[in-house]
Design a protein around this ligand. Sequence first.
Ligand code: T3D
Length: 260
Amino acid sequence: MSLSNAYECLQVSETNGVVELKLSRPERLNAFSKTMHAELKQALREIERFDGLRALVLTGEGRGFCAGQDLEERRIPEGQPKPDLGESLRNTYSPLVSRLRKLPVPVIAAVNGVAAGAGAGIALVCDIVIAKRTAKFTFPFSFLGLTPDAGCTSTLVRAVGQARAMAIVMLGEVVTAEQAADWGMIWKAVDDEQFDTEVQLAINNLLGRPARGLELAKRSLYQAVDNDFEAQLELESQCQTLAGRNSQYWEKVQQFLDKK
Ligand code: T3D
């Protein structure tokens, strides 16, 4: 089955099981519109069912990664009812980040430019985040009188700790890609000219690893922050049972032994 690419706000392509999902509303720095949410839902449904899926790369078209909620869609004419923003999260951002987390393959955020609000949230929920050195992360929630969403409260606190998360959110200061890397918020900030090469190197690396091992590692690493130590040891054992049932492990061992 091939993946559809008939979208207005997304570009989808696939090579060797690696799917690239490019947010595509460059005139608004790829801010999330209703259409983009609907298309993402459809695209992810297809990606989840795609036979031979090895990795997902999320990126943005143009000079931005994603500017979060399209605030033009919050221009409500006088007298019209205002949307319940919690319901909006339940129907859009929350299921989106949850599905990215649950995808049984590595998800790379290739942050090509500014990631703001829910746009930063989407990037931080990905398994590996590589950003251009000129990219930045902004959390403008406090300016707007909102609270962080798209998983930001969870990903930020866990990545950078309570003190930095509080200041980042409350002061709303811009976090440069380099700072984000220094603070453990993302994996790497790379020179803009090296960006495509670095993303490709990460993809090549992942393609060289047994898929089942990556899937199980993703599952247990995310669970580690919630489990106590004993529960985590048990999860490691369960995952290793599953890994050991996969022929790829035995093939890799044999390759190692043959080389000796
Ligand atoms: O409502 C709910 O469902 C609740 C959920 C909320 C989740 C959220 O994401 S809240 C946060 C929403 N996002 C923002 O507040 C970010 C707003 N944008 C900015 O602060 C700046 O644009 C950036 C820092 C991201 C980039 O600045 P800069 O100077 O590089 O670009 P720019 O000139 O501001 O933006 C370029 C164009 O994109 C511009 O349009 P124009 O003037 O060329 O026609 C700008 O209006 C548009 N744009 C950027 N962000 C948004 C946007 N249009 C609509 N919504 C946006 N979020």
